[in-house]
Design a protein around this ligand. Structure first.
Ligand code: FAS
Ligand code: PHB
Length: 394
């Protein structure tokens, strides 16, 4: 078999890349270990930056997003018995849209299937070979048990943090930065109307909590738990009791309801450089991971492949390598900005186990500053809605 671009992974990065390449007349094959149903049901991100909405809209993928997405003009920060609003519209003129990653993936898969795209679900034993040649090879075993080899002009590693493509870059050529966090997020999907109009990020001595949502009928909530916590230790009534404790505010009530799903997500900051090696290009979680506090992971993945689609089109269709040569640095400037912002939001809002009261005093000072100084609030707002740093000149 042969194609122009072999894409490993049918998450948001791989699927959007396949679509954007097709719009430019570039052929691709997408291979995915999980089933279509699994990919569509996997509960993850919930917030799209305005730039991500624009990319999906311009690619003709936003019909349902425009109908069902919920535009939010800000967020609430809650701390020390107060709940204060950060107004993105007033501070930046921009907004975010609440539209779950599950819905983005459903829209992307539907568009690719409708276009007759080559997407293989349920594959196994993926390998990438000859990535420093101009004919790299993508090998995998199809769901039918048949071993296949696809000769490509380029391969996109969109296979997430636990994928195999990043390791195809020799360790000696890779630089990895990583930091862990002494806590994780327990997330629930609850069949109850949200108790808030916009997201509430709550700082509390017992730990962080986030009230997000999926629709006017469906709530998404998270609470900070120890990193190795067992979900079996958290029956629904304990989860709700802890959420009530952390969101408590005079005159405001958190409405409870049936928990449809619950799970625990570990947290890390991770960046791997470069994002390109020969004809192998990494995008999304395959190259970087951020703690979800800044709502950046999904948006970084979509931004990476927006840049990569142009670079690969120029390389494999037009025979020009300049954009491909610039790809990694162009992405990493944006990735580091989002990585810092996600770390900053996380360390401002979470209670480090065993930290003395000094940490809480510093965090409260920062939260009071961010919610009272227009300059500080603007800095948070412009990063949350999606800050695109200009690549350094020279
Ligand atoms: P993905 O991980 O989404 O997709 C990679 C795909 O590659 C997967 O479908 C995987 O099955 C496939 N794959 C892996 N190895 C393969 C192989 N060898 N061969 C073929 N296919 C292979 N971000 C936020 O902004 N907010 C959040 O609240 C949030 N919550 C998250 C919760 C969890 C549990 C996780 C893991 C991530 C969360 N994220 C969140 C981040 C998440 O949204 C990612 O940033 C986003 O999925 C990145 O998309 P991709 O890069 O496409 O990677
Ligand atoms: C979500 O709705 O899943 C969500 C929203 C904002 C975040 C993290 C997760 O920062």
């Amino acid at each position: 078999m042969r194609t122009q671009v072999g894409i490993v992974g049918a998450g948001p990065a791989g699927l959007l890349l396949s679509h954007l390449l097709a719009l430019r007349g570039v052929e691709s094959v997408v291979v995915e270990t999980r089933s279509r149903e699994y990919c569509e049901a996997r509960q993850r991100a919930g917030v799209l930056e305005s730039g991500s909405v624009q990319v999906l809209r311009e690619a003709g993928l936003a019909e349902r997003l425009d109908r069902q997405g919920l535009e939010h003009g800000g967020i609430y920060l809650q701390f020390a018995g107060e709940r204060r609003h950060i107004d993105f519209r007033e501070l930046t003129g921009r907004t975010v849209t609440v539209y779950a990653q599950t819905e983005v993936v459903k829209d992307l898969i539907a568009a690719r299937v409708a276009a007759g795209a080559a997407i293989e679900f349920g594959i196994s034993d993926t390998e990438v070979d000859a990535v420093t040649s101009d004919q790299p090879v993508l090998r995998y075993t199809g769901a039918d048990g048949v071993r296949r080899a696809v000769t490509c002009d380029a391969i996109a590693g969109c296979d997430g943090f636990h994928g195999i493509c990043r390791d195809a870059i020799p360790v000696g050529l890779r630089t990895v930065w990583e930091t862990g966090y002494p806590y994780a997020w327990l997330g629930i999907l609850a069949d109850v109307p949200p108790s808030t109009d916009e997201l509430i990020y709550a700082h509390h001595p017992a730990g962080f909590a986030l009230h997000s949502l999926r629709s006017p009928q469906l709530s998404r909530l998270y609470l900070q738990v120890p990193p190795e916590e067992d979900i079996a230790a958290w029956p629904d009534d304990r989860i709700w009791a802890e959420l009530q404790r952390r969101f408590a505010l005079p005159g405001w009530q958190l409405t409870e309801g049936p928990v449809l799903e619950k799970g625990i997500t570990p947290m890390r900051s991770f960046v791997s450089s470069p994002m390109r090696h020969g004809r192998l290009f990494l995008a999304g979680d395959a190259a970087h991971i951020v703690p979800p506090t800044g709502a950046k992971g999904l948006n970084l993945a979509l931004a990476d492949v927006t840049v990569l689609a142009a670079a690969l089109t120029s390389l494999v269709r037009d025979g020009r390598g300049e954009l491909a040569d610039a790809y990694s640095d162009a992405c990493l400037h944006r990735v580091w900005r989002a990585t810092h912002f996600s770390w900053w939001m996380t360390t401002m809002l979470h209670a480090t186990p065993g930290a003395g009261s000094m940490e809480a005093q510093l965090q409260l000072s920062q939260l009071r500053y961010v919610t009272s100084s227009p300059a500080a609030a603007t800095s948070l707002a412009e990063n949350y809605v999606g800050y695109r740093p200009a690549a350094p000149s020279g």
